[in-house]
Design a binder for this molecule. Structure first.
Ligand SMILES: [Mg+2]
Length: 366
């Protein structure tokens, strides 16, 4: 028999905790069990957003990143709880210890999500499905929490699979099933396809992976830029991105390029409100607080400046992020200038764990 010259198949698991923050609150507070609870900002102010809703609250249509005020309208009985990030970080750390029994190739994506490469595992179990089962069971036994797992040959498919049978799911997409799985996948599920790109694809008659597959790589690049190259490969089940255990989160930001140049302070402040909100939501998702807030400005002539302010304590609250971004903007005399892009970022995160000898610093996520 001839041997095929291909790279050996990888075994990738994507683990995603079910309603992580809310489940921890229900575990620690029996009175919250079976109740619609919302972890995040309170509904009273203007800026509060939902970080995580319990499954009971999701039945009312409450979702992550939704304004808390809206959540309260959908479910007046919902219980609003301030996040306890110390508790979530502690659970995350214990979950990572469970992962480490099987592999050191762990890439955390946020407090409640990680990729694992178990192509070779420490206990010689061999089966990624079996390892996923053992991890789910250990999380249940030791932390009284549930996780959903996706098992496949690459990161992209494993991540989509973990979302398919939530909560407490385990979905396996084997090597021979990957291509047909990708062909059936709606375009919205593809990495990097936001609403604008999805609409554009649909106008072009592209609804699923199978439709994308009919286009050449050159066509995809022409219509969708550099990401077109990724689409070309991923619809064929090819995603060679490695699981990167030492990827570092140094800063977190959001920015927006405007369809026309902004010239009034009112417009600029309105945009900063929206961008600050996005940054705030991401900080909640990743359980991060930063000590430095940075404003980025790009002018119509593409000249770019950044301004920042540091605080003596780490923060993630929306009012401070908004107010600081606006103060930094006001200090640049923006009004007589044409601005095409604004961005807001946080960095200088607190609690970086000491890096292990010979390794880059890594956040205590999983
Ligand atoms: Mg999750």
């Amino acid at each position: 028999m001839e041997k095929e010259q291909t790279t050996p198949l990888r075994k990738i698991i994507h683990i995603d905790m079910d309603a992580f923050y809310a489940s921890i609150e229900q575990r620690d507070h029996p009175e919250y069990r079976g109740r619609p609870i919302v972890v995040g900002g309170g509904p009273e102010g203007r800026g509060g957003v939902v970080a995580t809703a319990s499954y009971e609250a999701r039945k009312f249509g409450i979702r992550s990143a939704m304004p808390s005020k809206r959540a309260q309208q959908l479910c007046p009985d919902a219980i609003f709880i301030r996040p306890r990030f110390d508790a979530y970080r502690e659970a995350s750390r214990k979950i990572r210890e469970i992962f480490r029994r099987y592999t050191d190739l762990i890439e955390p994506l946020s407090l409640d999500e990680a990729y694992l490469d178990v192509t070779t595992d420490k206990q010689n179990i061999g089966s990624a499905i079996e390892i996923a089962k053992l991890i789910k069971q250990a999380i249940r036994d030791e932390l009284q929490l549930t996780a959903s797992a996706g098992v496949s040959v690459n990161k992209f498919v494993a991540k989509i699979a973990s979302d398919m049978q939530k909560p407490d799911g385990l979905t396996f997409i084997g090597p021979s099933a990957v291509e047909s799985f990708m062909e059936k996948l709606p375009v919205e599920k593809f990495f990097g396809v936001g609403k604008v790109t999805a609409d554009k694809m649909k106008r072009m008659g592209l609804f699923t992976g199978a439709d994308l597959k009919k286009l050449s790589e050159a066509d995809l690049v022409q219509h969708f830029g550099k990401t077109g190259r990724f689409y070309y490969r991923i619809v064929r089940g090819i995603d060679e991105r490695p699981v990167e255990p030492h990827r570092e989160t140094k800063s977190l930001s959001a920015e927006d390029t405007f369809p026309y140049d902004l010239t009034t302070l009112e417009e600029m402040n309105g945009e900063l409100d929206k961008i600050s909100q996005v940054v705030h939501e991401r900080l909640l998702k990743y359980g991060l607080k930063g000590r430095t807030i940075t404003l980025k400005i790009k002018y119509s002539d593409f000249r770019q400046i950044t301004r920042n302010q540091s605080f003596p304590y780490p923060l993630n609250d929306l009012p401070t992020i908004r107010a600081t971004a606006k103060q930094l903007l006001a200090a640049t005399d923006p009004e007589d200038k044409k601005i095409r892009l604004l961005g807001v970022g946080l960095s200088n995160f607190h609690d970086p764990p000491p890096p292990p000898p010979g390794h880059a610093a890594q956040l205590e996520l999983f």
